[in-house]
Design a protein around this ligand. Structure first.
Ligand code: FAD
Length: 396
């Protein structure tokens, strides 16, 4: 489906499809590959700046994706600047005001600064809808890939079912998440995947199946094979998202068994698992791209790199990367590429990794040893400043 701004009127309103061939004709100012939070928010910003923007998404929209869907304060700030926070609040999203954190038998209940829980199908559709309203063209169910190009512009192949078209772009943003699938020549784009990285899994359950988790509390449950975040979300669903050791899936006989095991270790209220559970899974979570930019191409969001998501950093980082890359995109559209941009983007990514992901890494490494982490939790009861620091780092 290609959404055309003149024909649409709301997030779930699907306008008539344009033809793939209509994407051809002069170079786009920017082509964005991937309509997750990074790609869709970059599309809003570039369209707002009057740039000719094409947003390409591999999956049919709206789509769910592996995510806990909790927006921390930084994410909420970015979404407010994009002009969509109000819509997200009106879409039935849930205000989370407390966190039940349980590591094996040790548990705490903390009041936290208000987070917002929203399904990714809802959030990403609102973002794409806003991008289209601002004048961006959007095509879903279409796979984009960078191909070699001799000219000053960059060439992108867009494949939809058995048809494909090559478009030219002054600038390309690769916002494809962990897969980095648009990068056809991975040797040009080396990435380091952490060898004992966990993978992400997620399913949406009805409130009937997960009645004990309905409410305004986020439940974070840590076991030996991983951890699960469970909370109510819009549409009367309960989002169950977890980061788990891939080896345990084989040992225990499936994703459900691993997640059930985490709940049992924490003595958490049981879930009435339905017969069919629509689990989704990610590749290895902890990774870093060694190169994040080359001539007229920038990686943004998870495509740059990612750490296990205990702190809900992911979306705020993806949104921040879309805002930060925009001055380069605008400069390329109005002037031209300059080699210093690759260095500047690389510096930005390294700074973010060091500053923003430091806490994420620290927490991820602590909870790999749940017994030790349970001690940290107990220490929070005796030493409130430690508790305040953990809450601030995990929710703001
Ligand atoms: C278990 C788990 C729980 C999480 N919980 C939270 C949380 O509560 N809060 C939080 O802030 N973060 C959370 N995160 C992290 C968050 O989901 C990610 O950081 C965020 O989605 C990154 O956004 P992105 O736009 O970079 O990538 P994505 O959201 O992954 O979007 C990438 C998009 O690109 C598309 N795509 C891929 N290849 C192509 C291609 N070749 N052409 C076109 N399109 C393509 C994909 O279909 C996808 O729609 C969680 C992650 C996991 C794994």
């Amino acid at each position: 489906m290609i959404f055309n701004n003149r024909e649409k009127s709301g997030p779930n309103h699907l306008p008539s499809a344009l033809q793939l061939a209509e994407l051809k004709g002069g170079a786009w100012d920017v082509v964005i590959l991937g309509a997750g939070v990074a790609g869709a928010s970059a599309a809003i910003l570039s369209a707002k700046h009057g740039l000719r923007t094409l947003l390409v998404e591999a999956k049919p929209f709206p789509r769910e994706k592996v995510c806990g869907g909790c927006l921390n304060l930084r994410s909420q700030g970015s979404l407010k600047r994009l002009g969509v926070l109000n819509q997200i609040e009106l879409a039935g999203s849930i205000r989370i005001d407390s966190m039940h954190l349980q590591i094996l038998a040790t548990s705490v209940n903390w009041t936290v600064p208000a987070m917002i829980s929203v399904r990714r199908s809802t959030l990403d559709t609102i973002l794409v809808d806003e991008a289209v309203t601002q004048g961006c063209k959007f095509i879903d169910s279409a796979h984009g890939s960078l191909i070699a190009s001799e000219s000053n512009t960059r060439s992108v192949r867009i494949q939809k079912q058995d048809q494909s078209v090559v478009v030219e772009a002054k600038c390309v943003l690769v916002a494809s998440g962990l897969t980095r699938s648009p990068l056809k020549n991975p040797t040009n784009w080396p990435a380091v995947v952490h060898e004992d990285s966990r993978i992400g899994v997620q399913c949406m359950l009805s409130e009937t199946h997960a009645a004990a988790y309905v409410g305004t509390q986020l439940h974070m449950l840590v076991g030996k094979n991983g951890y699960a975040g469970i909370c109510s979300t819009d549409g009367s669903f309960v989002d169950v998202a977890a980061a788990i050791d891939p080896a345990s899936i084989q040992t225990l006989g499936g994703i459900e068994q691993v997640v059930r095991g985490i709940l049992e270790e924490c003595d958490a209220p049981p879930i009435q698992w339905p017969e069919f559970i629509p689990w989704m899974a990610t590749p290895a979570l902890t990774r870093n791209s060694s190169r994040v930019a080359e001539r007229c191409v920038f990686l943004i969001g998870d495509a740059i790199g990612y750490v296990e998501p205990f702190t809900g950093e992911g979306m705020s980082w993806a949104l921040a990367s879309a805002e930060a890359v925009m001055p380069h995109v605008i400069e390329i559209a109005h002037k031209e590429w300059n080699d210093r941009m690759a260095d500047q983007w690389s510096d930005w990514a390294v700074r973010q990794r060091i500053q923003k992901q430091k806490t994420c890494r620290w927490i991820a490494s602590r909870i790999r040893r749940p017994r030790g982490a349970a001690w940290v939790l107990q220490a929070c009861n005796w030493f409130p400043p430690l508790r305040a620091t953990i809450i601030r780092k995990t929710t703001q």
